[in-house]
Design a protein around this ligand. Structure first.
Ligand code: DC
Length: 215
């Protein structure tokens, strides 16, 4: 099995880079942030208060999350767009702090990597989910550059959220994601650290390909 694990903060380019690497290296791409987003989406859809941890964990246990090509399919429905709205983005970090919920999703993620060659990205993949991955990376960029990338991405999709709102959201998520009691985003000596602030996507992809062995 070939297993590549990538962690990094919101907007560091993990999604784009992993999609390209998956295609070039014949790996299955697993976006674990999308799984937390699916649970946050279900929480909103079912009008569940984000402090009601038991109900949220129950939702996750009964959720069927699949990655079909470029699409995220939740309980048989394509929710690729719905899980990226600002409404979902605002509650996803606190939802992802619920420890028993993390246990449910980490279990699902490990099962997905058991029998497939995968490239999996998130916040705790190199540390908790797949600590024995063949390759581990931490992808970073300055907070302003990350907000700028998200702003451009949203604008190109016709979503009208201001740069300031995105910057504030990313700062709040960084803080929450790095200070969670379980599954916090952190740097370790085992990761290859890549600062992509002044790199193009293609440069980042090439650098990772050099390390994972084929170019
Ligand atoms: O990668 P993303 O921005 O789509 O992730 C959404 C949220 O999910 C993010 O704020 C942190 C959380 N998350 C997590 O706690 N653990 C992961 N492995 C992936 C994401």
């Amino acid at each position: 099995m070939r297993v590549v694990a990538i962690d990094g903060p919101a907007g560091s380019g993990k999604g784009t880079v992993c999609k390209m690497l998956a295609e070039k290296e014949n790996l299955v791409y697993i976006d674990t942030g999308a799984m937390y987003r699916c649970v946050a989406y279900l929480t909103l859809q079912n009008n569940i208060d984000i402090t009601d941890e038991d109900k949220i964990v129950e939702l996750a246990k009964n959720a069927d999350i699949e990655f079909v090509g470029d699409k995220v399919v939740l309980n048989g429905m394509d929710v690729t767009k719905e899980i990226r709205t600002m409404e979902v983005t605002k509650i996803v970090s606190p939802v992802s702090s619920i420890i028993p919920l993390r246990e449910v999703l980490v279990d699902m993620q490990r099962k997905m990597a058991e029998s497939l060659d995968v490239i999996m990205e998130g916040r705790d993949i190199t540390t908790v989910v797949l600590p024995n991955a063949n390759y581990k990376f931490y992808l970073d960029a300055s907070v302003e550059e990350r907000a700028n990338r998200r702003y451009k991405e949203n604008t190109s999709k016709g979503m009208s959220v201001s740069y300031e709102e995105i910057l504030e959201n990313i700062k709040a998520r960084d803080y929450n994601d790095m200070n969670k009691p379980v599954g916090a985003l952190m740097r370790t000596d085992e990761q290859v650290y890549i600062d992509s602030t002044n790199m193009t996507i293609n440069e980042v992809v090439s650098k990772i390909r050099e390390i994972i062995g084929r170019d």
